[in-house]
Every structure is written in C-alpha cells, then in structure tokens.
Design a protein around this ligand. Structure first.
Ligand code: MG
Length: 308
C-alpha cells in the first residue's frame, strides 16, 4: 500500500530540481520560522524568496500572526531584505476584519492586540477589549456590577499577552448570543522561540473561550481555507502550480494538502523530521510534506545550479 513519504529537496538531481522549479508559479510562504525568527531574517531566506520572485514566481506572505497590521508585515519584510508589497501580505487579523465586514457586523469584542483592532477600525467595525483587563475586586463584585455592551455581534480571539479571567468571562458571555460570531485568528498552540521556552499561542486562548462558551470558533488562519479565499479574490490560484512553504505541519503543510498544493517543510521552526516520521507512521498524510530542506536558504545553490 502506498504511503506518502518526504523527499529532501537537495537530494534531487539538477534535472529533477529544474522540473520541480518549473512546476509552480505561485508560492505561499509562512513567515515566522521560515523567513525570520523575531526580528532576524533566517540565513539565505531573503535571497531565495527574491530569486524566486525574479524568476517570475508570484509570492504571498501568509501568516497566522494576528498582532500586526498588513502594513507592519510589509515594513518588517522590507527591513529584513525581502522584496514585498502590501498586496502580497496576508495576515489573519486582516482576513478576520474582511470576513466580519462581509457578515455585516458593526461591533466586536476583541481578545487580542492592536493588529486586530486597527484592521477592524479600517473596515469601520466598532471594537473594544484591547489591553489589560484584570480582576481588581472580588469575583462576586465583578459579576454583580457587570454591564455588557449592547449589539456585540462578534468575538474575535487572537494573540493577547494580557489574557485574563475577566476577558474569558466577557468573551464567553457575549457568545451566549447565538447570533454573535466566534472568530479565532488561528489555533497555533505555541510560538517558535529561539530559547528553551514554550510561549503560549492563540490556540491556548481559543480553547479556553470554546470550552467556557460551548461554541466552536470559525478559524481564519491556516490550515483553514480563508487565507486562500482572501488571495483568490484578486489573484487566480492554480492549485496544481502552487507551492506552500512552512515550518509547521498542522497549519502550513495541512493547508497545502487541503488545497492541493505542493508542500515544502523547512526545519528552522516548529516541526522536525522526527515529527514527520511520526505523521507518516500514523498515516496522517495531510501533515506529511512532499519535500523538506534543513533551511529555506539551502534552496539558493539548487536554484543557481539550474539557472546559470
Ligand atoms: Mg511558522
């Protein structure tokens, strides 16, 4: 019986690599853990992305990160040496705002950061909830004095370093209204970090709100299709000629598998080869990439050998 297996891209012959390079004209690339870590570009990543672009490939930078505006991502990309324009940047806060605008929502409660509130502002959706909101009396007093805002038709949950008991209570209470949309920017469990730390991600807070409210969120980020829908509004994606690059199998690679793209895993972020081996053995084929590279920068010499 056939089981999907992963190929190291560097192991291809020059001819086979050329075939691979010619097989796609659109690239969706994750950012954190593929292109950069925090404020540092990963070695060789800008050269690879810029070279692919020079070869005529259309690049989209797709991130589950909800903390920044698209403009911020564009600025960061440029600062770190990537050729990029605003219309190539796709972030979950932007998609969430567009989604809620299309649903006619006028007011939203936000667990998250200014990346979300500013994207909501841009589409004219009133919103509140950003910043610290902690229990500074006894719980009984808070409950007694609680005054919900009226007409809240969406709760948006993104990354929020000020997550608190009070915020979980408010979010879940607004979700008691079945007409109130429950939007999660993403469900990433944790962040890739350069130290021996686990940094809780948005998925941690989404689970808490889902548990408390008994509601399932609509998830904007990878591996769900909304990111691809947003790109498809202005650009025709041919899945058979699209490559998805990522460092996390359950978001990036899964999105690629769900959409029929080729997939490339780089080992500079969350998932490693031992994880892929585990996904293969447990037959979770959607999580198994077609190709892998230790780092994206390793593609540069492969490209150079076939274009020179
Ligand atoms: Mg990543």
């Amino acid at each position: 019986m056939y089981h999907k297996s992963v190929t190291e891209l560097s192991s291809l012959t020059a001819e086979a690599f050329k075939t691979f390079l010619d097989s796609f004209d659109t690239v969706l690339t994750d950012c954190d853990g593929v292109l950069w870590l925090e404020m540092k570009a990963l070695e060789g990543s800008p050269d690879v992305i810029n070279t692919l672009q020079d070869l005529g490939k259309k690049i989209f930078y797709v991130t589950n990160n909800s903390t920044k505006l698209r403009e911020d991502f564009e600025k960061k990309g440029k600062l770190l040496g990537f050729k990029c324009q605003l219309d190539q940047m796709v972030s979950t806060s932007y998609i969430a705002a567009e989604y809620l605008k299309a649903k006619g929502v006028q007011k939203a409660y936000v667990i998250g950061s200014t990346g979300i509130s500013q994207e909501l502002d841009k589409v004219g959706i009133e919103n509140f909830g950003i910043g610290p909101d902690i229990l500074n009396s006894e719980l009984g007093k808070l409950v007694e004095n609680y005054q919900p805002e009226s007409n809240v038709k969406a709760v948006v949950v993104g990354f929020d370093p000020h997550i608190s008991y009070v915020k979980l209570m408010k979010a879940s209470s607004y979700l008691g209204d079945p007409e109130c949309h429950f939007i999660a920017t993403n469900t990433d469990e944790s962040f890739p970090a350069s130290q021996n730390l686990i940094i809780p991600g948005t998925g941690t807070f989404v689970s808490a709100v889902a548990t408390c409210s008994g509601r399932d969120p609509t998830v904007m980020g990878k591996p769900h299709h909304f990111i691809v829908d947003a790109i498809s509004k202005n650009y025709k994606i041919n899945p058979a000629r699209t490559l998805m690059i990522g460092d996390r199998c359950n978001t990036d690679i899964m999105l690629g598998s769900n959409c029929g793209f080729q997939t490339l895993l780089v080992l500079t972020g969350v998932h490693q080869l031992k994880d892929v081996k585990n996904f293969t053995e447990t037959k979770q084929e959607g999580l198994v990439p077609d190709f892998y590279l230790p780092k994206l920068g390793d593609m540069l010499p492969l490209i150079q050998q076939v274009i020179n």
